[in-house]
Write a protein that binds this ligand. Structure first.
Ligand code: NZQ
Ligand code: ZN
Length: 385
């Protein structure tokens, strides 16, 4: 096992009615900024619950944070935070609102041009405290350090991470997810699945506990995912999906093990270029990365085939191919297409465009061995038409 330093300070307030518990977690006398997206929180009653819970606090609101949150929009919130001397940010929404709010929290305290946090990897030395009321289980943003921000003027989508951006608390009320459209439910399952795979499917690191954690999440998503679509108001199913998605990217399963993240880096460029949902890009790219890197990932692919899909017959190559095919079939069964053609992306240009984007951003050696070069990405995507 590799050395690691693990720290996750986010308090999880899990379950029905937990929005009411936020007041006790926000310092008394704080001036709170509620941040939200396109308005789903008004339609499903979450906004009303939040306002009720904040009685006694002075608060203001900033809405309109887009899916794939935009720097241009977020900077308007930064101005508001500075002008109004906000002390606490309460993000109410999915990963985009959580990510956007992390950027607002960091940018408000940043000396200089906040885009440098993303483009130049400038260090974040402070951030406003942030809480999250999560409405879409997917990204793990509610209890991790990361945020991915898009800039409209340059067409970029870049990430950053800082321990200052760990949310102080995250409310995970499965009932807040009942109103999700099927596409977002499926996206969330795929995203959590791929987060797990990015940390599990590399090479053996003598870390059987981390492997079993990861396999537990994968099994839970495979078992509960279809039920979440079939029975949208099943509290227990939504609870299990929600906790799985948080556990997939709160740092725990990645302790002491090599990590890949090539699929995500390629996927972010596809979203920036073509506007696909984050999870749609992952469903397209992951099977291609696994096939392309199957020799380097052989041992874990065989373990994955056997332990996740129960595949034990056939040659090594046959079992590996069968496991990748099962993965594709699982994503497809949720309604998430695994080919570029499902999203009407021009197959002739996409491989070249996406590899050129990675080159421009200096992402020249992706994956746990640094073997996923822009040239390799081009050949991976050429197979995903
Ligand atoms: O904006 P509103 O009106 O709220 O609608 C949203 C949005 O249209 C809707 N929605 C959310 N909760 C709902 C709901 N609709 C009905 N009922 C509810 N309860 O869902 C749509 C998508 O929301 P979004 O927040 O964009 O989705 P998601 O949570 O999948 O977040 C995706 C973003 O997170 C980034 C992605 O790149 C993408 O920008 N990621 C963040 C990560 C992190 N911070 O660790 C890691 C991930 O790999 C990912 O890159
Ligand atoms: Zn993701």
């Amino acid at each position: 096992m590799q050395n690691f330093s693990y720290f996750n300070p986010t308090r999880i307030l899990f379950g029905k009615g937990q929005i009411a518990a936020i007041a006790a977690r926000i310092p008394a006398g704080s001036k709170v900024l509620i941040t939200y997206g396109g308005g789903s929180i008004f339609r499903n009653g979450i906004h009303a619950q939040v306002v009720q819970a904040l009685q006694g606090f002075e608060f203001l609101e900033f809405g309109g944070i887009e899916p794939n949150p935009r720097y241009e929009t977020l900077m308007r919130a930064v101005e508001l935070v500075r002008r109004e001397q906000v002390d606490f940010i309460l993000a109410v929404g999915g990963g985009s609102v959580a990510d956007g709010s992390k950027f607002i929290a960091a940018a408000a305290k940043f000396d200089g041009e906040p885009w440098d946090i993303l483009a130049k990897r400038a260090t974040v030395n402070a951030a406003l405290p942030l809480g999250v009321v999560l409405t879409l289980p997917a990204t793990g943003s509610e209890s991790n350090t990361f945020a991915v921000i898009s800039r409209e003027s340059t067409g970029e989508k870049l990430g950053f991470g800082s321990e200052h951006c760990y949310p102080v608390f995250a409310v995970l009320d499965p009932e807040a997810t009942f109103s999700l459209p099927p596409r977002q439910v499926a996206n969330g399952i795929v995203d959590a699945f791929v987060h797990t795979m990015e940390q599990y499917l590399t090479y053996p690191a003598d870390a059987p506990l981390q492997d079993r954690f990861a396999e537990g999440i994968l099994h839970t998503l495979i078992g509960q995912g279809p039920l979440a679509l079939a029975r949208p108001d099943d509290y227990t199913v939504r609870a299990n999906i929600m906790w799985s998605a948080t556990m997939a990217l709160n740092g725990l399963i990645g302790c002491g093990v090599p990590q890949d993240w090539a699929t995500h880096m390629i996927g972010h460029e596809i979203t920036a270029e073509y506007g696909l949902d984050h999870a749609q890009t992952l469903a397209v790219v992951l099977p291609g990365v696994l096939r392309s890197q199957r020799e380097m990932k052989r041992e874990k692919l065989l373990q994955y085939a056997e332990r996740i899909w129960g595949i034990s017959a056939g040659s090594d190559a046959e079992r590996i191919e069968a496991a990748i095919a099962r993965t594709e079939a699982f994503f497809e069964s949720l309604g998430v297409g695994t080919r570029l053609s499902a999203y009407e992306v021009a197959a002739a240009e996409a491989p070249v465009k996406i590899s050129a984007r990675l080159r421009a951003h200096g992402f020249l050696k992706l994956g746990e061995h640094g073997r996923v070069t822009p040239e390799v990405v081009e050949s991976i995507l050429a197979e995903r038409v």
